[in-house]
Write a protein that binds this ligand. Structure first.
Ligand SMILES: Nc1nc2c(c(=O)[nH]1)N[C@H]1C(S)=C(S)[C@@H](COP(=O)(O)O)O[C@H]1N2
Ligand SMILES: [Mo]
Length: 496
């Protein structure tokens, strides 16, 4: 069994180290994991996101490693009796890994190599170890000590190669180049925040830090983009192609805007939403330079790891603050949130606008192309629906009687804005909440309501918002797929 495990460790260690020479998805485990993500049926992915939230990737990697441990342990046992069958199984797994790696959109002509060579190393380790165990090793003098030396050597080689892989990957991280970036001042700055925000204990802070900002993407390992070679290319139905480097972007007239981003997978009351101050180049600066043909209606964005997003030209260019963002809350984007640059289009869910690690925009037509999530059952166009969230009181909270119960939360309807939030207690009449002044229609607003003379016992609070166009948030409950959830949130609490 140990022989099998060590053979597996050798395969993965050698594969990981060699993958650092090629690309991350050439690593046998990451290649298989990424391919798994791309092929998982929609219901399973939804379930995983619901069960594990933002640790879904950690859970996937953990399950992959656990599966591999079991498989290689079994291979070890099988090989002890039938070495050829064991070897055959190692090669089969290796072929699966090679297949996954070369199938990745960011595969290079060498992507087959780490899994293939890793598999050969793993197979060689298996033969050596099994021969040592069955006494068929050449010059089998003092079999016991020789065996342990051999096992130790293979374990050492596996550990060194795997460790080397980790170290090389760490040295390639973007942390260093991020620290060197000097962000220019915007030609148009974001307004400073009005007073009165964040005044209720437990309300969602108006500004979300990069660290607390939700993360949703298909990247099993976060792309580490080298800014010296990164470019953004705009092509397709344009008068002239435009390609810009990161330095070019920083030399443009940058603008800074507050904007709340939302994921289409956010459920009523959910937390896949965040608000930040974004610095970037207006999208129209770049699109106007390229000159969009009149019959083009879609921007097809591609990230460095091959993920794709389609965005309506009409929305991106109607005067809203669409941009190629390079910074968030005054700092270069973090790797997780799209370093070095991402698209931002207020009012559209992330999957149809917010391409992270963006490197290519093809100007094209909706009837010519479809993007990643549309191919998996999600909508082609998806403006953000009006939503409200209750932050205070917490679910099932026990609140002391005899005092005013604060009720508070956030509401958003990007581009339309929020004109009114209403609260209904125990199915009573709607009463208007107080809106804390915000900076623009593209961000969420905080709302508060004072529940006076609350009687002892259990209570239900329900809320709804009206957007800037006078449209009341629907009470129809729909699930996120295909174009976003709707429904009015409610909460249950007890006054004791
Ligand atoms: N390259 C890339 N960009 C992406 C995604 C992705 O999977 N890959 N996911 C999109 C989705 S669904 C959302 S909601 C936002 C999330 O951005 P965040 O992780 O910075 O919050 O990014 C969008 N951009
Ligand atoms: Mo999303």
């Amino acid at each position: 069994m140990l022989a099998g495990l060590l053979s597996g460790a050798t395969t993965l260690g050698v594969g990981a180290l060699l993958a650092t020479l090629v690309t991350r998805s050439a690593d046998p485990v990451y290649g298989v994991g990424q391919e798994f993500i791309a092929r998982t049926p929609e219901w399973l992915k939804e379930w995983a996101i619901r069960q594990f939230g933002q640790s879904d990737k950690a859970v996937l990697l953990g399950s992959l490693y656990a599966t591999l441990v079991i498989l290689f342990a079994v291979i070890g046992l099988v090989a002890l009796r039938w070495l050829r069958v064991g070897l055959g199984l190692v090669v089969l797994l290796g072929l699966a890994a090679v297949g996954a790696s070369v199938h990745r959109p960011d595969a290079t002509s060498l992507s087959w190599m780490p899994s293939a060579v890793g598999t050969l190393a793993g197979a060689a380790a298996l033969v050596l170890l099994i021969r040592a165990l069955t006494g068929r090793a050449p010059a089998a003098r003092g079999p016991l000590s020789r065996r342990s030396v051999l096992f130790g050597a293979v374990a050492g080689a596996a550990a060194v190669t795997a460790g080397g892989g980790v170290l090389v990957n760490r040295s390639k991280s973007v942390a260093a180049s991020r620290a060197d970036i000097v962000l220019p001042k915007p030609v148009s700055a974001a307004p400073s925040l009005p007073p009165g925000l964040d005044s209720i204990d437990g309300i969602t802070p108006y500004v979300t830090s990069a660290k607390d900002f939700y993360r949703v993407d298909t990247a099993l390992s976060v792309p580490q983009v080298d800014i010296s070679s990164w470019t953004l290319r705009i092509h397709g139905m344009v008068d002239r192609e435009v390609t810009v480097t990161f330095d070019d972007l920083l030399k443009e007239d940058l603008v800074e805007r507050w904007m709340t981003m939302t994921c289409v997978s956010n459920e009523v009351g959910g937390n896949l939403v965040g608000n930040a101050r974004w610095l970037g180049v207006p999208l129209t600066t770049l699109l106007d330079r390229a000159g969009i043909k009149a019959d083009a209606d879609m921007l097809f964005s591609t990230s460095v790891d091959g993920f794709t997003i389609s965005t309506p030209v009409a929305d991106a260019t109607d005067g809203r603050d669409s941009m190629i963002a390079v910074a968030m809350n005054g700092e270069p984007l973090t790797d997780v949130h799209g370093f070095p640059a991402r698209m931002i289009v207020p009012g559209l869910y992330g999957f149809v606008s917010a391409c992270k690690w963006i490197t290519d925009i093809e100007v094209t037509r909706f009837d010519a192309k479809t993007a990643y999530w549309t191919d998996r059952g999600w909508a082609q166009k998806a403006p953000i629906k009006t939503a409200t969230r209750i932050d205070v009181p917490a679910s099932f909270a026990k609140v002391a009687s005899g005092q005013t119960v604060p009720i508070a939360g956030v509401a958003w309807a990007q581009t339309r804005g929020i004109s009114k939030v209403e609260v209904s207690l125990d199915n009573g009449d709607w009463a208007e909440a107080t809106l804390v002044p915000s900076v623009n229609a593209n961000t969420w607003v905080q709302w508060t309501y004072a529940y006076d003379n609350a009687e002892k016992g259990s209570h239900t609070v329900r809320v709804r918002s009206t957007d800037g166009a006078g449209q009341v948030q629907t009470e129809d409950v729909v699930q996120p797929i295909p174009d976003g959830s709707s429904g009015q949130p409610s909460k249950f609490f007890t006054v004791v």
